[in-house]
Design a protein around this ligand. Structure first.
Ligand code: SAH
Length: 244
């Protein structure tokens, strides 16, 4: 008898932002797999095997989860935020055709609160009109693709959320992103740096595009760029629901 696989999002950090559906799957699980800091959020209990792994091992982790599911495990793969946003759900589907029978398994994707929406809620409503999400990591795509998407999204006046803005292995990438945005947008465009949202280290800062510097972001930061109409009201930032 084969088991089931839930690909679950743990939200941005605070356990209060884990959905009841995800909590129920975790309570029934025999195995939890995921990147080391995400698995560290799961309380150990008898009958539950925790399998933390490095963040460069996503496809191997997906295969491991499918093998355990086929062997009867009740398996949860955890991602932060939502598992479908630059995370494990797509990695599982990428390997699904490698072995006969995997695509027939009981697989469910359980949504979570993604960093972009958690950060937007802290700031007010900066994503109140049309928006898009761009992963700034160039591990899986070349820089020219990132640059083209940035320019076209800016020209179409989308608000944007930037995941993985900066890492030690890519210290110069976010500087290039800011240069492209300065070519396409007015200097007063609002930028929100939201770090470690919903954790004790949370820090939110709102600056203009001309004030933004690469050092304001790290790998625990999501960067939100307003559209041309995004404005401040008191201590909040919002984007009106209508286009000009
Ligand atoms: N699946 C995740 C995103 C994984 S990519 C989600 O839906 O949120 C990892 C990137 O997400 C980080 O580099 C950062 O840009 C963002 N991120 C994740 N958690 C965050 C948090 N609590 N606060 C701010 N940004 C966060």
């Amino acid at each position: 008898m084969s088991g089931w696989l839930a690909i679950a999002g743990l939200g941005p950090g605070d356990d209060a932002l884990i959905t009841p559906e995800v909590s129920a799957a975790l309570a029934q699980a025999s195995d939890v797999l995921g990147y080391i800091p995400y698995v560290a959020r799961i309380a150990p209990r008898p009958g539950l095997a925790l399998h933390p792994s490095d963040n460069r091992e996503e496809l191997d982790r997906a295969r491991h989860a499918l093998r355990r599911t086929q062997a009867g495990g009740k398996v949860v793969i955890v991602s932060s935020g939502d598992p479908g946003v630059f995370a494990m759900a797509a990695a599982v589907f990428e390997v699904l055709e490698e072995e006969p029978g995997w695509a027939e398994l009981d697989i469910r994707v359980l949504p979570g609160i993604t960093a972009m929406l958690a950060a937007a809620a802290r700031a007010g409503a900066p994503l109140g009109h049309d928006f898009c999400a761009i992963n700034l990591s160039d591990n899986l795509k070349p820089w020219p693709v990132i640059e083209k998407r940035l320019r076209m999204a800016a020209q179409a006046d989308f608000a944007m959320g930037f995941y993985n803005p900066r890492s030690k292995s890519r210290p110069e990438g976010f500087g290039r992103v800011l240069s492209v945005l300065r070519e396409e947008c007015a200097p007063g465009r609002l930028v929100i740096f939201a770090r470690a949202v919903s954790t004790p280290e949370e820090r939110i800062s709102v600056v203009t595009l001309s004030e933004a510097t690469p050092e304001m972001a790290d790998m625990r930061t999501i960067v939100l760029l307003g559209n041309s109409q995004t404005r401040r009201v008191g201590r909040f930032v919002y984007t009106p629901r209508s286009a000009p």
